[in-house]
Ligand binder design. Structure first.
Ligand SMILES: Nc1nc2c(ncn2[C@@H]2O[C@H](COP(=O)(O)OP(=O)(O)OP(=O)(O)O)[C@@H](O)[C@H]2O)c(=O)[nH]1
Ligand SMILES: [K+]
Ligand SMILES: [Mg+2]
Length: 445
């Protein structure tokens, strides 16, 4: 992204569409000038003042607005920032934005440009900015909580603590190197450094083990309903979604495309997917449906593997990363309890038609969701997990090399581990992740 830090940027900071109030935000050196020109004066810092907003050239009255001014450096971006709380009609917003565009040195902000300036000016670190982005995207309660923790610095603080410990460790190693030529090397310098490395490695290992859960809270769980034709997959989807989403019929091969429903399960976002019945078929469209079904199942977190009470088909197995819940369906048609069920498979029995057993399934899924929440740690995305893993591998190498490891190499490993950790907060190698991160931001944040 082209950044000129002398530009004053502006954008609609609130959501698009008709609303009572909309907030247009500005950041940059021209804020005072813009306020003088359009609002008639610069309001006292951090106080909302009612002003008449005029077009900078025509002097047309655009709106009556509440205007706030946040002088540098005590603002979101660290620059002078202004907020125009205008009436939230499309034409009002359009006129204000167009007016701002007439002022030289002012331009519309790029995606995430406000946050980017906050980062560059040291107002927030990279992990906090990610937390902010997640907070704005959060759709469920657990996503909101996780995002809030990250925005408030939980991840940053842990990383900074580990970096401080590693700095301490490298001080011991440097001291050992300094004393190397002398006879009176203080005892135990390497051991003390080693103990610090081990403590950081232990914490990293624990966080990496919890990483999948943290990533799932953020991006959600995918639950795929799979099984042979007519197992009752679409009927179950409709029962779980409590609405008539998928076509149900007694014709095998009814569902061709995968059908998705979004679900909030104990605060975790869930995508529930109904798929085509798995069978050999000559129909190329059905073949494609089956291919898609297998593809969805392979990438699922949870597979509801269905078979009817009288069916002999095997449950799905080729889904390495997924938890498979084997389910016997249509038990309302079975004559006796447990008919056809295989106790060794621990099959859940239900009838999507009568609703029997559906609650137990939902309870089971809810328990899984709650376990994911309970297991969530500091890591919320692959980027963190990869940085932690890089740091851990490096530390483990230094630890396993033992006391015979030359001091220079030992020190180099510590430095490398610190660099990996620094990526999380954006202390190093930050440029390559910035464009990717901010490209996902909307304009105005
Ligand atoms: N009695 C009874 N009938 C059911 C139950 N669940 C589904 N059915 C019936 O079984 C037939 C097939 O149901 P679907 O939900 O279309 O099955 P499906 O697995 O989605 O089938 P495909 O999309 O063709 O793979 C329909 O006639 C349903 O009404 C159930 O729990 N009890
Ligand atoms: K069917
Ligand atoms: Mg179906």
């Amino acid at each position: 992204m082209q950044i000129s830090r002398n530009d004053t940027i502006f954008a609609l900071a609130s959501g698009a569409g008709r609303a009572g109030i909309a907030v247009v935000r500005l950041s940059g050196p021209a804020c005072r000038f813009v306020l003088e020109l359009m609002a008639g004066h610069v309001p006292r810092p951090r106080r909302l003042e009612l002003c008449r907003l005029r077009h900078p050239l025509s002097r047309d009255l655009l709106d009556e607005a509440l205007v706030a001014f946040f002088p540098s450096p005590n603002s979101f971006t660290g620059e002078d920032v202004a907020e125009l709380h205008v009436h939230g009609g499309r034409a009002v917003i359009g006129a204000v934005i167009a007016g701002l565009g007439e002022i030289s040195g002012c331009r519309l902000a790029g995606p995430g440009e406000f946050s980017r300036r906050a980062l560059l000016n040291g107002k927030m670190d990279l992990s906090a900015i990610e937390g902010l982005g997640d907070l704005i995207d959060a759709e469920t309660e657990m996503q909101r909580r996780q995002a809030m923790r990250q925005m408030r610095g939980e991840l940053r603080d842990a990383v900074e603590r580990w970096r401080t410990t590693l700095i301490e460790a490298s001080a011991f190693v440097e001291a050992e190197l300094d004393f190397a030529d002398e006879s009176d090397v203080p005892d135990g310098l390497r051991e003390r450094a080693m103990a610090l490395l081990v403590s950081v490695a232990d914490e990293l290992r624990r966080e990496i083990a919890r990483a999948r859960s943290g990533e799932r809270i953020r991006s959600g769980l995918t639950v795929v309903i799979a099984g042979p034709p007519n197992a009752g997959k679409s009927t179950l989807l409709n029962a779980l979604a409590q609405r008539d989403v998928a076509i149900v019929s007694d014709i095998p091969g009814t569902t061709r495309d995968s059908i998705e429903v979004h679900w909030d399960l104990a605060g975790i976002p869930v995508t529930l997917v109904d798929t085509a019945g798995l069978r050999e078929s000559r129909d190329p469209i059905e073949q494609e449906g089956v291919r898609r079904a297998r593809d969805r199942a392979r990438n699922a977190d949870v597979i509801l593997s269905l078979r009817a009470f009288d069916s002999q088909t095997e449950h799905l197995q080729d889904a390495p990363g997924a938890v498979i819940i084997p389910i016997r369906t249509k038990i309302d048609l079975a004559t006796g309890r447990g008919v056809g069920s295989d106790a060794s498979l621990d099959e859940l029995e239900l009838s999507a038609a009568t609703g029997e057993g559906v609650e137990a399934l939902v309870a089971r899924l809810e328990t899984m969701a709650k376990n994911v929440v309970a297991d969530g740690g500091l890591v919320t995305r692959a980027r963190h997990r990869e940085a932690f893993a890089g740091a851990l591998t490096t530390l483990e190498r230094a630890i396993s090399a033992g006391p015979g490891h030359p001091g220079e190499l030992f020190a180099e490993d510590i430095r490398l581990a610190m660099r990996y950790l620094g990526r999380v907060t954006g202390r190093v190698d930050v440029e390559d992740v910035l464009d990717r991160l901010f490209a996902g931001f909307c304009i105005g944040k």
